[in-house]
Design a protein around this ligand. Structure first.
Ligand SMILES: [Zn+2]
Length: 302
């Protein structure tokens, strides 16, 4: 099965783009190799609104959000996860609107872990955000003409949640599943075993369309999720093969299997290989010289 990424996207910075009945998308002008054309915020409702992922600290984006809100009340601000391209603007939007912030919880790592030197990424963590309302898996928030339920989907981040707009078949998949690229699963925020389990969660649902945190919609979500699982299993096999061929460190493996990758993403690629190795050690398919870390020495299990 091939995984077809869809990189068509018109960001329309500053403008609210209707993407479904009662759903507007506003894209932040923060393009990067990690954020594609930028972070998507969504406005939901017609009279009293909800916002999903207000975005990074960005004056122009706050102005664009307020223009699109157009004086209407905002009851809730949903936050998918606490990376700096999604959550920080919640504080100022809350101050302006009086809305309640909703999320799985404040920032945390997937597990305590010694990493060595971690490369800086755009998706660095927002440790200031604390939600007013903490939601667990399946928890429902009722608004004015809309109902949103939380679907906990750790993997990209430990506190990652997707949000289902009940009765519409729309799932706001944030950074867990995106049409333009695979999502970054990198310790310490992310964990490969969580990510794969969260893909299984989505695969068992019948959502009609995903509206992600970056880029355009995922229009055949079940097929796409199956493709993502296959892709990760192929990557896992490729890493095991490199171990069998004698590679022992993460930089060796990255050089071998990310030959065609933008070098700006090598740091993220190393973390992704690390996430796979950690998972492989956990499953007994690989061994490491000590507790798995970025500068660890790995070998295939005997
Ligand atoms: Zn993001």
């Amino acid at each position: 099965m091939t995984l077809d990424f869809d990189t068509r996207f018109e960001p329309a910075y500053g403008l609210a783009v209707p993407v479904a009945d009662g759903v507007l998308r506003l894209t932040v002008n923060n393009p990067s190799p990690f954020t594609f054309h930028g972070t998507n915020s969504y406005l939901i409702g017609k009279d009293t609104l909800a916002v999903i992922d207000p975005g990074p600290e960005d004056d122009a984006h706050l102005d664009a959000l307020m223009r699109a809100i157009a004086g209407r009340p905002v009851s809730h601000i949903f936050v998918s996860h606490t990376h700096r391209d999604h959550s920080p603007l919640a504080a100022r939007l809350k101050a302006l609107s009086g809305a309640v912030t909703v999320a799985e919880g404040p920032h945390r790592s997937a597990r305590p872990l010694h990493l060595g030197e971690v490369p800086a990424m755009d998706a660095s963590s927002d440790t200031d955000f604390v939600p007013d309302l903490v939601v667990g898996d399946g928890d429902v928030v009722d608004g004015d003409g809309w109902r949103i339920s939380a679907l906990l989907t750790p993997g990209h981040a430990a506190n990652h949640a997707a949000f289902s707009l009940e009765g519409t078949g729309i799932l706001f998949s944030a950074d867990h599943v995106m049409a333009w690229s695979t999502s970054i699963v990198a310790p310490p925020d992310g964990a490969m075993s969580d990510y794969m389990a969260s893909l299984d969660r989505l695969g068992g649902r019948d959502d009609r369309i995903y509206l992600p945190g970056h880029g355009g919609p995922v229009v055949s979500p079940q097929k796409f999720v199956r493709g993502l699982k296959t892709h990760r299993k192929m990557r896992e096999r490729a890493i095991l093969e490199r171990l069998v061929l004698g590679d022992r460190t993460i930089p060796d493996i990255v050089r071998a299997i990310y030959r065609d990758t933008d070098p700006r993403l090598y740091g993220a690629a190393g973390l992704s290989v690390f996430a796979h190795l950690e998972d492989l050690v956990g499953k007994g398919k690989a061994v490491s010289d000590a507790e798995p870390s970025l500068d660890g020495v790995y070998a295939p299990a005997r």
